[in-house]
Design a protein around this ligand. Structure first.
Ligand code: FAD
Length: 468
């Protein structure tokens, strides 16, 4: 029987990163992953195969189309007869995914991580280790890392199938749906709704919550909603869906909004109402692995489960269901197993929505900081006063800095605008070092760049913005 120091179950961002880091630290490591794409093993989990990467590829393609059809003329570029070739767009997206998933297989080889394709199932304890069925072969491991990720949450009224799809279906429509319904105005609903709207679909987003992006800063959410509505995305908040019926040609959704019953008809319906932990096939019951009431694997601050030598990380333990959070947990855990001081700073995790404009934030909102009893000062600066943004032809949005009124420590950063997914990086680095808004304000930023808006927002927190 093969024996490993570390066996990782799941090859998504949590699992593959944990495996690589464990191997770097000198552990004899293996990873078993069951993800299959087009009948073939494909490492990288949800993120690389049907999540972060393909959605961004489609967002980029569709944004280029929108640019050509709606914005090029303003730059003095006349393009007539632009049209979308959906199958070409999908095959480009698949090419990007192939490249990256293949890259992980290469990294495993390079780092001597043994890869098994198929289900990993916990079988029994064996001395100070565990026997795991790795894709039909029993192996022994001293440390087992559960990184089995998450699956889309289904709406009982609207089970997936036919015209009702989750993320992977929504990334593979063969043609642009005329009318597209989206249930859930969260990150995934907004991104996928944006892709198909740009390509020509009429998109209606139905949200049960009474407001928009309630986790984001109020000012950011308000600005983003205004921009999305201007683009033609139709939103309905506070809806209560009572019936979903599909036939050969589409889906009818009946919902109540402001006490009025409405039935809407769509060609396709995306259900994006969150994700649930994936522990099916893991053998959690067999070995007595403790799950919480929502099905997440229970862990302590060191990612230890109730069973000695078994750890869990990534989406399957809950918290922020983000690839970078999962990756950082992978690194931290491998280092902890090696006796080092692995650490993830959960207070400074960037959240990004890759719509147009993009939305990004980290740390506390102004409201959240006040609710914690902190005295705050804020500074806000618009992209409309920035030369580079005007040059781009995209003056939408702003950056808002939230700092402690007494100590000036940066507590939060909130952005809506073009390219903010990249701008947030410098601020989280400063926050990671416990920096102040003055640190940000005194850092030299290249001119002309969008990043000057971040600096000016920090200056504005001290009422000394220079260009407003
Ligand atoms: P996963 O990526 O889900 O990987 C788990 C792996 O384990 C899978 O390959 C699964 O097949 C395998 N597995 C499960 N059970 C077993 C078993 N018993 N044996 C063997 N293998 C098993 N996050 C971001 O940070 N940025 C984004 O832009 C972003 N965009 C997204 C867009 C979409 C449409 C979706 C759906 C998600 C997006 N996410 C994004 C979220 C991100 O994909 C997840 O947070 C991330 O993939 C979690 O990583 P993970 O390793 O915990 O789980």
């Amino acid at each position: 029987m093969d024996s490993f120091d570390v066996l990782v179950i799941g090859g998504g961002p949590a699992g593959y990163v944990a495996a690589i880091r464990a191997a770097q630290l000198g552990f004899n490591t293996a990873c078993v992953d069951a993800f299959e794409r087009d009948g073939k093993a494909s490492l990288g989990g949800t993120c690389l195969n049907v999540g972060c990467i393909p959605s961004k590829a489609m967002l980029d393609s569709s944004e280029k189309f929108e640019m050509i059809t709606h914005e090029a003329a303003e730059h003095g570029i006349q393009v007539d007869g632009a049209r979308v070739d959906v199958s070409r767009m999908l095959s480009r997206k698949t090419g990007v995914v192939d490249k990256l998933t293949g890259g992980i297989a290469y990294l495993f080889k390079k780092n001597k991580v043994r890869s098994f394709f198929g289900l990993g199932r916990l079988v029994r304890q064996d001395g100070d280790g565990w026997i795991v069925d790795a894709a039909g072969t029993e192996v022994r491991a001293r440390h087992v890392i559960v990184a089995t990720g998450s699956n889309p949450r289904a709406l009982p009224l609207a089970p997936f199938g036919g015209h009702i799809v989750e993320n992977s279906g929504a990334l593979n429509f063969e043609s642009v749906p005329g009318k597209l319904g989206v249930i859930g105005a969260g990150v995934i609903g907004l991104e996928l709704g944006s892709v198909w709207r740009r390509l020509g679909a009429q998109v209606t987003i139905l949200e049960a919550l009474p407001g928009f992006l309630m986790a984001a800063d109020d000012a950011v959410a308000k600005e983003a909603l205004k921009q999305f509505q201007k683009q033609g995305l139709e939103f309905h908040f506070g809806v209560n869906i009572s019936r979903v019926e599909q036939d050969e040609t589409g889906v009818s959704v009946t919902y109540t909004e402001k006490e009025q019953e409405v039935t809407a008809r769509f060609d396709k319906l995306i259900v994006s109402i969150g994700r649930v932990p994936n522990t099916g096939g893991l053998g959690a019951d067999t070995v007595g692995l403790a799950l919480d009431e929502r099905g997440f694997v229970k862990v302590d601050a060191h990612y230890r489960t109730n069973l000695p030598g078994i750890y869990a990380i990534g989406d399957v333990i809950g918290g922020a269901m983000l690839a970078h959070k999962a990756e950082e947990e992978g690194v931290a855990l491998a280092e902890m197993i090696a006796g080092q001081a692995g650490h993830v700073n959960y207070d400074v995790i960037p959240w990004v929505i890759y719509t147009s404009p993009e939305i990004a934030w980290a740390g506390l909102t102004e409201k959240g900081a006040k609710e914690k009893g902190l005295q705050v000062k804020t500074g806000q600066f618009p992209f409309s006063a920035n030369g580079r943004a005007l040059g781009h032809g995209d003056p939408r949005g702003f950056v808002k800095v939230v700092a402690d009124a007494k100590t000036d420590k940066l507590l939060g950063i909130h952005m809506v605008g073009g390219g903010v997914s990249e701008l947030i990086g410098e601020v989280v680095a400063i926050m990671e070092f416990g920096g102040s808004s003055e640190d940000l304000a005194r850092t030299v930023h290249a001119h002309p760049t969008l990043s000057e808006v971040v600096k000016e927002a920090a200056l504005a927190a001290d009422k000394r913005a220079l260009h407003m």
